[in-house]
Design a protein around this ligand. Structure first.
Ligand code: F6P
Length: 521
């Protein structure tokens, strides 16, 4: 069974939604609370320790009903089955999409067994490093780990390690991604090579940035008289052959699979640095949190399905209300890397202009996602949210309790969290002058959880992964390839040869001039 190929703009629901948009012109969210019976109950969902309130949106009962009809007409239910059944829904790469399998502990299949032995390997390695059973080549206990990867091989583990810093072990964790040599040099300044392990993460093991950094690290270790370099290198890849050729010990390689895309890979061996940084038990809790959300997504009716509702609201703003971007605003400093992580997840997945029938689309697809932590962002870009000329739908993510128990500060943080969603919606006036007026009617979703924990983080990330999937299904695009990144890589390789040989070939005038400036500096 393959994914449906339905042009959403040809559905009855889409056409009705276009009319609905005109009808709702000028409607005030606050008034919709009076005209929609039980609005809060209808437009909120409680699942486990996660509460989603989507009542502060410019939608009424009929809009929501039409969005649900859109799901039916686009055969969402059938397509969700395709995902979980492991059908080859990444058609342009002829692959299944099974990142959900990485966090399914009850998978009684061959793949399930393989994934469970991968987890055992991660567990054992983590315990052996933390207890000092595995040491560096000079017999010293490991104190630092450096994750070397880029894109999905960096953003996921880096964000999760930062988000779960409260749960950290004794190891210090660093991340190198950029091919900019200054990035690596700054990290190498901080570590002792005798007590450091470098985890080289690359699904393809062909990525220029990662291989360049790995080679420079190898040279650095040799220059520091580390005799057995292999004791300081761990590989995480699906390209075992190339990793062995590079010099990795086969036993020091952890598997990645072609059925897991880079941006969805933190749940498997790419999470090795997470396991080392917060302990295997916490890593497992993180997976189990995500698995809970997978099950919720798989079985819940669409009107009470958190990822489906978030996706539908996003489609409403993106495709009917002409909104250009959406913001994600975590009210926890621990979660400061979530917006970056979500940028890759959303924009690499749904930034496509060709539909599943190979035709150019004539409607909007991927949303532009950005954001920052509250309350910092309130003192930066919130001005534009409140008084700018654009509508920017926001997701506010907050927690009932703080981790360090500083209640005074947490009450202040959370009063800001709620006040912002309220101010954006109701608007108001801080005086007579027009400069002090707030029109309000700015939409937001509020996502409230108990506290920042491995489980709740797992739930949040899985929620967004499925939101991406639902949007891709309805917008009739392939969400799991990323051909758009290839052209630049290929041109960079050509230009690198010209820069190194100082021989500029025929290009457009601007490119030739830039090359000339670089070469003849
Ligand atoms: O260039 C984009 C990309 O392919 C991402 O999708 C991926 O996460 C990243 O590069 C890194 O790829 P790899 O893990 O193969 O080094």
């Amino acid at each position: 069974m393959s994914l449906s190929k339905i042009n959403p703009t040809k559905t009855k629901a889409w056409k009705a939604l276009l009319k609905k948009k005109l009808e709702l012109d000028g409607a005030k969210i606050i008034d919709l609370f009076d005209s929609t019976n039980d609005r809060l109950k209808k437009f909120s969902i409680n699942f486990d320790n996660l509460f989603l309130d989507f009542s502060k949106n410019i939608i009424d009962d009929k809009t929501f009903a039409l969005l649900l009809e859109l799901c039916e007409e686009c055969e969402l239910e059938k397509n969700i089955k395709c995902l979980f059944n492991g059908n080859k829904i990444n058609e342009t790469e002829n692959r299944s999409v099974l990142h959900t399998a990485l966090r399914d502990f009850d998978l009684n299949t061959e793949i399930g067994d393989e994934l469970s032995s991968d987890r055992e390997k991660i567990k054992k390695f983590t315990e052996d490093i933390l207890s000092g059973v595995i040491k560096g080549s000079t017999n010293k206990k490991i104190t630092d780990i450096v994750n070397v990867g880029i894109g999905g091989s960096d953003l996921g583990p880096n964000m999760v390690v930062e988000s779960l810093k409260f749960y950290e072990t004794d190891l210090t964790c660093h991340f190198v991604s950029n091919v900019d040599g200054d990035h690596l040099s700054e990290i190498l300044k901080k570590i002792n090579p005798e007590t450091t392990i470098f985890i080289i993460v690359s699904k393809t093991f062909t990525t220029q940035e990662t291989l360049t950094n790995a080679k420079q690290i190898k040279d650095f270790l040799i220059s520091r008289s580390i005799e057995d370099v292999s004791k300081h290198f761990i590989g995480v890849t699906s390209n075992i052959k190339s990793a062995v050729e590079f010099g990795f010990d086969k036993e020091n390689i952890f598997n990645m699979y072609d059925f897991v895309g880079g941006r969805f890979s933190v749940w498997g061996s790419v999470g090795l640095s997470v396991s080392l940084a917060v302990g295997y038990e916490n890593f497992e809790k993180f997976l189990k949190g995500a698995n809970k959300m997978d099950e919720h997504f798989r079985v819940s009716s669409f009107d009470k399905n958190i990822p489906v509702c978030l996706a539908l609201i996003s489609i409403w703003y993106n495709n009917f209300m002409n909104c250009e971007t959406e913001a994600v605003l975590p009210y926890s400093e621990y979660l400061k890397f979530i917006p970056n992580y979500l940028q890759q997840m959303f924009m690499e997945s749904n930034g496509k202009c060709i539909d599943r029938s190979s035709r150019k689309v004539d409607y909007q697809t991927g949303t532009i996602v950005w954001g920052g932590t509250g309350t910092n962002s309130q003192h930066a870009f919130f001005q534009l949210l409140h008084q700018g000329t654009k509508i920017i739908p926001c997701d506010f993510i907050g927690f009932k309790s703080s981790l360090h128990g500083n209640n005074e500060a947490h009450n202040k943080l959370m009063s800001n969290f709620i006040a912002q969603t309220q101010a954006l919606m109701i608007g108001g006036s801080m005086g007579d002058s027009p400069f002090r007026k707030f029109e309000g009617n700015n939409p937001s979703n509020t996502i409230l959880l108990d506290k920042v924990s491995p489980e709740s983080l797992g739930m949040i990330l899985s929620m967004y992964e499925h939101k991406v999937f639902v949007q891709g299904i309805i917008l009739n695009i392939f969400s799991f390839d990323q051909w758009g990144v290839e052209l630049g890589k290929s041109l960079a390789n050509t230009l690198l040869t010209e820069i190194e040989s100082k021989n500029i070939l025929d290009h457009d005038p601007s490119t030739e001039n830039l090359l000339d400036k670089l070469i003849n500096k």
